[in-house]
Design a protein around this ligand. Structure first.
Ligand SMILES: [Fe+2]
Length: 333
C-alpha cells in the first residue's frame, strides 16, 4: 500500500482537532444528557445554542449544540492552528489548491476560516477562543463520565487515500492504519498533537462523522458514565463497550445522544510525538487483534453516522469486504 507522505514543514501549523458543531432537536434534553451522562460543563446557553467543554478545557467550547428541526446533522468540525497568521497562510494554501474558503464571524472564536476538504467535509480553523475557568480541580462538580477534553473525531470518507494525501499534506502524521487484502487503505489514524489520532479516517459512504471523542479519568469513570446513563433512563444509548480497541489501545465506551449523534469516552492513549515512530499496520479482518475483548458491536455502530449539513454522500471508491463485517458480527455474537 502507498502511504501518503507527511509534509513535515506544512504550509500552516495545525495543532489539534478541537471542536464540532451539530444540530439537536431539544436543547434541554441534550443539555441533560451531555452534562449528566458525559459530564461536560456548560460554558454558555444563548438562544438556540449550547456551548459545552470538558472539565479540563479552558477554551470556550469544544462541542456546540445548535437547536434545529429536521434530520440531525453536523454543521462543521473544528481544528486549531497555532497562531493567528497561520489562518492567513491557510487561506492562501486553500485558495491556491482551488478549495473555496472564506473568513467568517463565529461567536466565541477568534478569526475563523471555513473551507471544505476535497471530499466535502466542512472544516473550520481558528487560532483562539475566549478563556474560561478550568474545572479540573473542582472535583465536587464532577458528574457522570467526567469528560476531560476533546481528543478526536472519526470520519467516514469515500476515498481514504485522497483524504490521506490532503491531511498529511497539511502536516498530519500517520500513527496507525488498516489495509484490506488487496492493499487498499481502509483506515488512516492521523495526528498533529502527539497521540494516536486527531482524526480517524475510515472507508465508507460519506462524508459523515462517526463520532467525537472525549478523554475521561479512568476505568471507574467510564463505568460510572454507563451507570448514570442507566439510572437516568439512557441505558440503551450505551451503544458499544466497555471494551478495548486494538488501534490506539484505548478502553472505550460509545454513547448515542438523544438525536443519535455518537460520542466516545476513552481513558488511554500513547505518545506518538517522536518523528521516527513508525505507523502501525492493522488487518481489518483480524478480529482478535482489532478488538482484544469486549461485547459485540451492534451493526448500527458500523453503518450509522451523522451526515454533514447540505453535503451529498458519495459511495466509497473501494468497496468494503462485506465478509469482514459479517464475520466480525458473527464471531462476537
Ligand atoms: Fe474514537
Amino acid at each position: 500500500m502507498r502511504i501518503p507522505a507527511t509534509v513535515h514543514t506544512p504550509p500552516f501549523n495545525i495543532t489539534r482537532a478541537s471542536h464540532a458543531v451539530w444540530s439537536v432537536a431539544d436543547l434541554d434534553a441534550s443539555e441533560a444528557f451531555y452534562t449528566q451522562v458525559l459530564g461536560l460543563v456548560v460554558t454558555a446557553r444563548e438562544g438556540d445554542r449550547l456551548y459545552l467543554r470538558g472539565v479540563e478545557e479552558v477554551c470556550h467550547h469544544s462541542l456546540v449544540l445548535a437547536r434545529r428541526a429536521g434530520k440531525p446533522v453536523c454543521d462543521r468540525i473544528g481544528l486549531r492552528v497555532y497562531q493567528d497568521d497561520d489562518l492567513d497562510r491557510a487561506f492562501e494554501h486553500f485558495s491556491k489548491a482551488g478549495l473555496p474558503c472564506a473568513f467568517v464571524e463565529v461567536p466565541h472564536q477568534g478569526r475563523t476560516l471555513h473551507v471544505s476538504d476535497p471530499l466535502g467535509t466542512p472544516l473550520e480553523f481558528c487560532a483562539s477562543m475566549p478563556l474560561v475557568e478550568r474545572q479540573l480541580t473542582q472535583f465536587h462538580t464532577y458528574r457522570g463520565g467526567c469528560a476531560q477534553r476533546f481528543d478526536h473525531y472519526q470520519l467516514l470518507l469515500p476515498d481514504v487515500a485522497a483524504a490521506g494525501d490532503f491531511y498529511m499534506g497539511l502536516g498530519f502524521r500517520l500513527s496507525e492504519y488498516m489495509v484490506d487484502a488487496s492493499e487498499n487503505p481502509m483506515a488512516f489514524f492521523i495526528q498533529r498533537k502527539g497521540n494516536p489520532h486527531d482524526i480517524a479516517i475510515m472507508n465508507g459512504p460519506g462524508p459523515r462523522i462517526h463520532h467525537v471523542a472525549y478523554t475521561t479519568v479512568d476505568v471507574h469513570t467510564l463505568i460510572q458514565a454507563c451507570d448514570v446513563a442507566g439510572s437516568l433512563g439512557h441505558g440503551r444509548k450505551v451503544e458499544r463497550g466497555p471494551g478495548r480497541h486494538g488501534p490506539g489501545h484505548a478502553l472505550f465506551v460509545y454513547f448515542r445522544d438523544p438525536d443519535g449523534h455518537r460520542v466516545e469516552l476513552f481513558n488511554t492513549h500513547y505518545l506518538t510525538l517522536d518523528i521516527e515512530n513508525a505507523p502501525v499496520r492493522w488487518d481489518p479482518s483480524n478480529i482478535h487483534r482489532n478488538l482484544p475483548w469486549g461485547l459485540p458491536a451492534q451493526r448500527a455502530w458500523f453503518e450509522e453516522a451523522t451526515e454533514f449539513a447540505g453535503v451529498p454522500l458519495a459511495a466509497p471508491s473501494v468497496k468494503p469486504n462485506p465478509l469482514t463485517l459479517e464475520r466480525f458480527l458473527m464471531e462476537r455474537a
